[in-house]
Ligand binder design. Structure first.
Ligand code: GLN
Length: 315
């Protein structure tokens, strides 16, 4: 589908202007000081298209903590390592529960509902750890993101990683519980060391939009032509983003925006328009289920204005 650049530029400009006037911006995550001190005033939107163009507005070159958006990339890597055997350890159903919920894990004998809630992402991280040292596993995740976004400067915010570790009692509980069931096979502190660090990767909206491009174009990076995953796998990762990408707000996000997406408590959202574009939105203020309030609103506006949805509907 040819992309109308002028229409897109106008849409981004109008959205940025509207977002600047919104007073109810939500509250940045405050479970660690590094996230609590980020201003709710930030807003960014970046659209990466098939021909490599980036259309941006707002603070699109300011780095933020990608947090759970990293779970899309770790799932991609782990599927490459374990293939469909991954699904023996992790389910594919929406959880309907908070991202860090423990109760469901007990009912379901230690097998997390999906790879995008914390428990599922920790199990996925265990797969990436494989026979590696944590440092090597982390290096692999970082190299993957740098290659996808074509930017070697992407790095981990060590202060965020340390705070996550110091306060991550629930994640330790989830991991220990899964270890008891053999869903996790490595020592809990090693798995969580990698998990906390990949959540602490800092990226700009421009880098993130670029990194997600392979998901918009059937698993192939449109710029380099490099096949990252098979078309089948790209379709399935998108399907999981649509159904599970926003925790217990996944239904609401699909209803409002109509596109697959993954959020993080840093206020980032990676959103895919299949065959058209990869989008990153960022605004740190969160709604009551931990998803970016303005990020969601901006994506809702953009999807409507550009007639972007997975249902082929034009207004
Ligand atoms: N690092 C966060 C945690 O594990 C990620 C959660 C999120 O972004 N929803 O609690």
């Amino acid at each position: 589908m040819a992309l109308d650049g002028t229409r897109l530029k106008d849409a981004l400009e109008a959205i940025a202007a509207e977002m600047a006037t919104v007073e109810e911006r939500g509250k940045p995550a405050d479970y660690i000081p590094e996230l609590a001190r980020v201003s709710a005033g930030h807003f960014a939107l970046c659209v990466a298209t098939e021909d490599g163009r980036l259309f941006s507005c707002g603070d699109a070159d300011t780095a933020f903590s990608i947090q759970s958006v990293s779970k899309v990339f770790t799932l991609t890597l782990a599927l490459g390592l374990a293939g469909d055997a991954l699904w023996k350890r992790v389910g594919r159903e929406p959880s309907g529960s908070a991202f860090n919920s423990i109760v469901q894990l007990e009912y379901e004998h230690g097998r997390p509902r999906n790879p995008f809630i914390n428990a599922g992402a920790i199990a996925v991280t265990d797969i990436i750890l494989g026979n590696h040292q944590p440092r090597e596993a982390l290096g692999e995740i970082l190299r993957f993101l740098r290659a996808l976004s074509g930017d070697d400067t992407i790095s981990i915010d060590e202060a965020v990683a340390l705070s996550e570790k110091q306060t991550g009692y629930r994640n330790f509980a989830l991991a220990n519980y899964m270890r008891a069931y053999g869903i996790i096979t490595h020592p809990v502190d090693l798995v969580l060391g990698v998990y906390f660090h990949h959540c602490a990767i800092a990226m700009t909206a421009q880098q993130l939009a670029q990194a997600g491009s392979f998901l918009a174009f059937g698993g192939r990076d449109p710029l380099s032509g490099f096949r990252v995953v098979s078309p089948d796998r790209a379709r399935r990762i998108n399907a999981l983003m649509l159904t599970c990408g926003h925790y217990d707000g996944s239904g609401e996000f699909a209803y409002r925006v109509g596109l697959p997406a993954k959020s993080g408590v840093g206020g980032g959202i990676l959103c895919i328009v299949p065959g058209v574009a990869s989008i990153a939105a960022w605004s740190p203020g969160l709604n009551d289920v931990g998803n970016s309030r303005l990020g969601t609103l901006a994506l809702e506006r953009l999807a409507k204005t550009m007639d972007w949805n997975i249902f082929g509907i034009r207004s």
